[in-house]
Design a protein around this ligand. Structure first.
Ligand SMILES: C[S@@+](CC[C@H](N)C(=O)[O-])C[C@H]1O[C@@H](n2cnc3c(N)ncnc32)[C@H](O)[C@@H]1O
Length: 240
């Protein structure tokens, strides 16, 4: 497929990101497992732990995609709790739904929502999470202010994201892996532009310290972050 990767700053950015995820939904999980040697699920488990949910509580997983983090949250809130997995790609949501049904998880609902304009009331959830979604948002401050708005006071936010390492030898490994190998894998998966977009989107996203500053500006407190996988993955958290 010879599509052009979405470019941040373009007026059509959100729409292009949306159709790109519609297009790659069928290969998305498999590509994640291959690109991360299966580690991506461990990182999502850590994000789910970070928001410290209790049985019976509620959580919102934004940019939920095929639903893996939402399902990890569902385990933590148990059958009395409630999890909403929200995304603006219908094909991704359909796959998430099938997954939840296959696992017999009833306390999670997947629904269409734009992270930049959430259809939920103020102070609705005990926790909000977003994994590998924040760097796709056309307006990060707007997204963070929506996350803050729908969290209950005292509720936690966790953001899991790829981050660009600044130190050697990881920085060179990052270039080799994301600029050369990932687009090649994308070609085999049938959509090279989507996997050319991936390294571009990481580069145009704030580094770990700058993301923490954005969270602070949105009103979050007790902000901290952990770097994983040799500083390529960052897990940020904060409290409303
Ligand atoms: C890289 S995937 C991450 C999916 C999942 N959270 C995971 O951990 O694999 C990014 C997801 O964000 C969604 N997305 C991007 N921008 C969005 C927005 N403004 N509102 C809702 N979903 C959005 C895309 O449709 C896609 O499913």
């Amino acid at each position: 497929m010879s599509q052009t990767p979405p470019r941040r700053g373009d007026e059509q950015f959100s729409g292009e990101v949306n159709s790109m995820f519609d297009r790659i939904s069928g290969v998305y999980d498999r590509m994640n497992r291959v690109m991360t040697a299966g580690l991506d699920q461990t990182w999502r488990e850590r994000a789910a732990d970070r928001v410290r949910l209790e049985p019976g509580q509620s959580a919102l997983d934004l940019c939920s995609g095929t639903g893996d983090l939402a399902l990890a949250l569902a385990e933590r809130v148990g059958p009395e709790g409630r999890v909403v997995g929200a995304d603006f790609s219908r094909p991704m949501l359909e796959l998430a739904d099938v997954k939840a049904r296959n696992f017999g998880v009833a306390q999670v609902e997947f629904e269409w929502a734009d992270t930049l304009d959430l259809p939920y009331e103020d102070e609705s959830f005990d926790a909000v999470t977003i994994s590998f979604g924040a760097r796709n948002l056309a307006d990060l401050p707007k997204g963070l202010s929506e996350m803050y708005r729908v969290l209950k006071p005292g509720g936690s936010l966790a953001i899991l994201e790829i981050t660009q390492p600044s130190r050697q030898p990881l920085a060179s490994f990052f270039v080799l892996w994301f600029d050369r190998i990932v687009p090649l894998l994308g070609k085999f998966a049938g959509d090279s532009s989507a996997y050319e977009y991936l390294p571009q989107s990481v580069r145009s996203f704030p580094d770990a310290g700058a993301l923490a500053d954005h969270m602070d500006a949105a009103g979050f407190r007790h902000i901290r972050w952990t770097l994983m996988a040799g500083s390529i993955i960052a897990l940020h958290s904060g409290v409303r």
